[in-house]
Design a protein around this ligand. Sequence first.
Ligand SMILES: CC(C)(COP(=O)(O)OP(=O)(O)OC[C@H]1O[C@@H](n2cnc3c(N)ncnc32)[C@H](O)[C@@H]1OP(=O)(O)O)[C@@H](O)C(=O)NCCC(=O)NCCS
Length: 144
Amino acid sequence: MMDAGFGGTRQARRGEIFDTVALPGLVAEEDGEPTGLLSYRPEDGRWELFFIAARRPWRGVGTALVEALVALAREAACTTIWLVTTNDNLAALRFYQRRGFVLVALRPGAVTGSRRLKPEIPLVGAHGIPLRDELELEHGVVRR
Ligand SMILES: CC(C)(COP(=O)(O)OP(=O)(O)OC[C@H]1O[C@@H](n2cnc3c(N)ncnc32)[C@H](O)[C@@H]1OP(=O)(O)O)[C@@H](O)C(=O)NCCC(=O)NCCS
């Protein structure tokens, strides 16, 4: 499912590139079939939600994956889950903010830098919006 419109397994942000399938991950399943994937980078009490995708949206898969990650992080005494999304991904911005993430940074033009690492990143993203900025969000796992 990584190649089905989600930009492949190598994903770039903040001037670095990682292979999603080499990271720890969570898989959602329905009737034995994978319906969603989340990968994360557990580092120093601050975990990065690196990749999330649902094969079919609006069915609760993304919510279940985020809830599972938060529960894991809480058990591991992780204090914060952070992630990077892009200025065109209005659905993700809605999704994350509705699930307790708050915006903490805007990096104007940062996708242009990522494009040097991964030239196949398109110039135009979702909704025909020029794909150019990184937005960072955080979820305070232990703050409730
Ligand atoms: C962003 C993404 C991971 C969210 O996953 P999802 O499975 O669509 O998310 P959910 O279904 O859990 O939640 C989305 C909405 O569906 C609603 N929903 C959940 N289960 C539902 C159900 N059974 N019936 C109707 N609506 C439902 C939720 O209430 C939620 O709406 P809300 O934000 O108003 O609360 C998914 O849309 C996706 O794969 N996007 C493409 C990849 C991507 O952009 N990844 C993020 C990169 S940073």
